[in-house]
Write a protein that binds this ligand. Structure first.
Ligand SMILES: [Ca+2]
Length: 118
């Protein structure tokens, strides 16, 4: 019975059915969050990103330290970005879909670390 129940799922996956993709996406977002940040406004590169664990502080890599000008987060995710490493110093909160021009919140070329939750 179990196998029979799963068969339609695999069939849908093979066809790339949107409904199944959304289901898998919601499962993923329950434990992980996607973030992308760029050194130029309007999300112009260089950019870096990934899927990060919730409530954990991440330092950005040296190439991006004090250079980030745009910061996007996945739907349902909220991130706090910090002026200093280890999530210290001045901070701003950025929600979905993100902020393509951090000058708008007085935080351009400042971010050194971030922590996200959802
Ligand atoms: Ca900084």
């Amino acid at each position: 019975m179990q196998l029979l129940t799963l068969l339609p799922l695999f069939a849908s996956l093979a066809l790339g059915a949107p409904a199944v993709s959304e289901t898998l996406s919601s499962i993923t977002s329950a434990t992980l969050g996607g973030v992308r940040y760029c050194n130029n406004v309007g999300y112009k590169g260089p950019c870096e990103g990934g899927v990060y664990s919730r409530n954990l502080c991440y330092d950005v890599t040296p190439e991006f330290n004090d250079r980030i000008s745009a910061f996007s987060v996945d739907q349902g995710t909220s991130c706090t970005v910090y002026q200093d490493y280890r999530c210290k110093g001045n901070k701003r909160t950025i929600g979905f879909p993100g902020n393509g021009d951090l000058r708008n919140i007085g935080f351009n070329d400042i971010i050194s670390s971030f922590i996200c939750t959802w």
